[in-house]
Design a protein around this ligand. Structure first.
Ligand code: SF4
Ligand code: SF4
Length: 422
């Protein structure tokens, strides 16, 4: 796939601006309706999903080039996919794919952001998207006596991911997962020092070759281990292993589950029982890459019949964000005695992004923070005591925003609460 192959998608854009909002039929009462952080912050059409379609066509026609302004607009987008879902509520067209491909084309032609180059250099040298880390990838598991999946047979590989491994504040997520898997007698292992980045964030930033290198390394290790299931607690990791590896025909028959799916199954099978009461009211934030972008990839090959109405031979199914991982984290929360879940207005496929995706937290921390602050305000309006989520990148961004806002909200990964209750 290249930007040129998506010309029809981009030319299908009707400039209707539906990609900026929740579909109005989905709005109930007084609540925020914006879904795109980029247009909401910068308030100029070019920053929206639709604007990015116009930019893509203009690039193909040499009416515009990779100017400094173009790069600035291009990277001030979390590739959160909300525009893709809102557009597809009424349209059969791809929005997120041209956004990816514009970035890939920019990187291939040498038009990059120095801030993102720094992150990708860290990936190339140290196999992590967390530059400057002074600890080793497997340090979080020191003393836990976990199996090494590169040396011993295991049923399940637990992939901790870059942020969880290299940011000590996130170790509690990994340790909670270990506690829960051990409690349920799951035969699992980790790759420890030999684990490497899933590559997903490199793809989001447009560094497709770096993503593919990581994907091949990971799949070689997993295939050699013989494990059939991979579990991760990171939404970016889930999206990479489940969706992107499949998109590039690298996943094979590996079963990829987010840890909330795996734990929900264990609870339903009676292998884990949350018994301790947690008298707390929480709201749940759907991570973009677990929710709408976590929907399985749909392979399609065929042709578009020329004409005014889009007709595909054979019939083409579009990913509309409906089949993301929405219920398992909620089911895990609801299984905890005493816990009350209250919902925000923008949830599931219409969830507002935490702000950390697509390289924005690295290239424009101010915009990343602004996006997280909006979500924290939305969470506060539910009168919950805590915002829960299922990705370390969201946890990190919300912690920063809560500090900045002086909010009393607490932030928990779903697994932390479950580990307390079991
Ligand atoms: S991307 Fe879709 S929703 Fe946005 S302006 Fe174009 S057609 Fe409308
Ligand atoms: S991917 Fe997200 S931030 Fe980027 S244009 Fe679409 S809705 Fe806006």
């Amino acid at each position: 796939m290249a930007l040129e192959d998506l010309r029809n998608e981009m030319e299908t854009c009707r400039r209707c601006s539906a990609c900026k909002f929740m579909p109005f039929e989905k709005v109930s009462g007084y609540q925020p309706v914006n879904v795109c952080p980029s247009i909401s912050r910068y308030n100029f059409h070019t920053y929206s999903g639709g604007g990015r379609m116009v930019n893509g066509v203009a690039l193909l026609e040499d009416r515009i080039g990779f100017s400094e302004k173009f790069i600035e607009v291009m990277y001030n987008c979390q590739v959160c996919g909300a525009c893709d879902v809102s557009c597809k509520y009424a349209m059969d067209m791809e929005v997120i794919e041209p956004i990816y491909e514009t970035r890939i084309k920019a990187v291939k032609e040498g038009h990059t952001s120095p801030d993102l180059d720094k992150v990708v250099n860290s990936l190339r040298k140290q196999g992590t998207m967390v530059p400057g880390a002074r600890i080793k990838r497997g340090d979080w598991a020191a003393g836990l006596g976990l199996k090494d999946c590169t040396a011993e047979k295991v049923d399940v590989i637990y992939h901790a991911g870059c942020l969880t491994s290299f940011n000590k504040d996130m170790w509690k997520q990994a340790k909670s997962i270990v506690k829960l898997l051990q409690k349920a007698d799951v035969d699992f292992g980790i790759a420890g020092e030999k684990e490497t980045c899933c590559g997903g964030r490199a793809y989001q930033m447009g560094y497709q070759e770096d993503f593919l290198n990581q994907a091949r390394k990971n799949m070689a290790m997993i295939t050699k281990s013989g494990a059939k299931t991979l579990v991760t607690g990171c939404a970016d990791g889930y999206h990479a292993f489940k969706v992107l590896y499949d998109k590039f025909d690298l996943k094979g028959d590996l079963e990829v589950l987010h840890v909330t799916e795996y734990l929900d199954n264990l609870i339903k099978a009676g292998k884990l029982t949350p018994k301790k009461r947690l008298d707390i009211t929480v709201t749940y934030h759907d991570p973009c890459h677990l929710g709408r972008l976590g929907e399985p990839f749909i392979h399609w090959q065929g042709r578009e019949v020329p004409g005014h109405i889009r007709i595909f031979e054979p019939r083409k199914e579009f990913r509309r964000g409906t089949y993301g991982v929405y219920e398992p984290p909620r089911a895990v929360l609801k299984s905890i005695p005493g816990l009350k879940l209250v919902e925000m207005g923008r949830i599931k496929e219409y969830a507002w992004c935490c702000g950390a995706g697509g390289g924005v937290s690295e290239s424009n921390p101010d915009f990343s923070m602004w996006t997280a602050l909006e979500r924290v305000a939305e969470a506060e309006a539910t009168e919950a005591q805590a915002i829960t989520t299922a990705c370390p990148w969201c946890v990190k961004n919300f912690n920063g925003a809560i500090k900045e806002r002086g909010s009393n909200l607490k932030v928990f990964d779903v697994v932390e609460l479950l580990a307390r209750a079991v």
